[in-house]
Design a protein around this ligand. Structure first.
Ligand SMILES: NC(=O)c1ccc[n+]([C@@H]2O[C@H](COP(=O)([O-])OP(=O)(O)OC[C@H]3O[C@@H](n4cnc5c(N)ncnc54)[C@H](O)[C@@H]3O)[C@@H](O)[C@H]2O)c1
Length: 319
């Protein structure tokens, strides 16, 4: 088996915590270097961890020269709601940080994974079963950064032969780490509030359908994409990547089916406008046909796994 040396940026976030654990299981703890701009006690306890700010080009280059990664998972980012509040910082981290990572991967010939998002689409994109290639006119600073990032990745692939792979993640649902300021965070928060209080006040309206995915599916899909033979991958931009779509009202009903008495009300905030500019469902046929993508978790499975996992996590924290 080829020896891998894997570097993650932004590893202390919602995806990085679980992806690092999975990569360490698969390739061995010392083959996987987790980095983040903040200390992560969970990651430090389980293997090599270093502080790295991805906007610091000199530090990034020194780390690449020392560690010599063969694969890089570049997760460092500000999410959608935070980006709207801090647009300049969002551009600096999300776009300029990506440029530094692309350049380092080019120099050191590392394969790169960089997540795009359903936020790449915009208000004039067809909202139902959004195709891979369509009108792409993002109206949020986060989405504009994802579109710019997709084009930079395609440019490095075409111009420099860089092996860069990307997925347009939907809202991701998990309980290991809290989500970091996105528009789909309600689909995680709701489970913590359901277990702790039996009620939830949702900041999106009851009929706001959005594409979602359970984290285990997202991690498995990410690794499958990174392991796919390069010749199979014909799509140059981020792959549409889907599992299911639901509205807040549908999620509340699915929770009530397993937790009778759960109640939800609504108080909308600025995240509603962001959600309204995104697709309601995604057509991911390219991912399915080119590298065999297939999700496993449906809504009842997500609800039972989350209710159980959140209860266990809260009980462990209370001890
Ligand atoms: N979670 C989702 O639902 C979702 C959906 C679509 C796309 N994505 C994308 O996946 C990637 C990871 O998302 P996440 O949910 O894990 O985000 P998160 O906010 O939970 O984690 C991001 C991490 O990046 C770190 N970070 C921020 N600025 C940094 C910097 N300058 N240098 C180094 N690290 C820095 C943060 O400390 C944090 O640990 C992002 O590119 C995001 O856009 C996530």
């Amino acid at each position: 088996m080829k020896t891998h040396k894997i570097l993650l940026t932004g590893a202390g976030g919602q995806i990085g915590i679980e992806l690092t654990a999975r990569l360490r299981e698969k390739y061995g703890r010392d083959a996987v270097l987790a980095t983040d701009v903040q200390v992560s006690p969970v990651l430090e306890a389980d293997g090599p961890f270093e502080l790295l700010n991805v906007t610091d080009g000199a530090a990034l280059e020194a780390l690449f020269a020392r560690f010599k990664p063969t694969q890089v998972y570049h997760l460092a980012s500000l999410l959608s709601a935070t980006s709207e509040r801090k647009p300049q910082l969002a551009w600096e981290v999300n776009v300029n940080g990506l440029l530094l990572v692309l350049e380092a991967c080019k120099v050191h010939r590392a394969r790169l994974f960089w997540p795009s998002s359903i936020a790449v689409f915009g208000p004039n994109t067809p909202r139902i079963m959004t195709p891979q290639r369509t009108v792409i006119d993002p109206s949020t600073i986060y989405g504009i950064g994802k579109l710019t990032g997709e084009r930079w990745c395609a440019y490095y692939k075409a111009k420099h032969g860089l092996d860069v792979r990307s997925l347009r993640y939907p809202g991701l649902i998990s309980y290991a780490a809290f989500p970091g300021g996105g528009t789909t965070d309600y689909a995680v928060d709701i489970f913590f509030q359901a277990v702790q209080q039996g009620t939830y006040t949702c900041y999106l309206g009851p009929d706001t359908a959005l594409p979602m995915m359970y984290m285990d599916d997202a991690i498995r899909g990410t690794l499958e994409l990174m392991e796919a033979p390069v010749d199979a991958l014909k799509t140059e931009e981020g792959y549409n990547f889907a599992a299911l779509s639901f509205t807040p009202a549908e999620l509340a009903r699915a929770i009530q089916a397993q937790m009778p008495g759960f109640a939800m009300d609504y108080r909308l905030d600025e995240r509603q406008a962001i959600a309204d500019s995104w697709p309601a469902s995604i057509d991911d046929r390219e991912a399915r046909s080119e590298w065999g993508w297939k999700p496993k978790f449906d809504l009842p499975a997500i609800v039972s796994t989350m209710l159980e996992g959140v209860s266990r996590k809260l009980a462990a924290e209370a001890r």
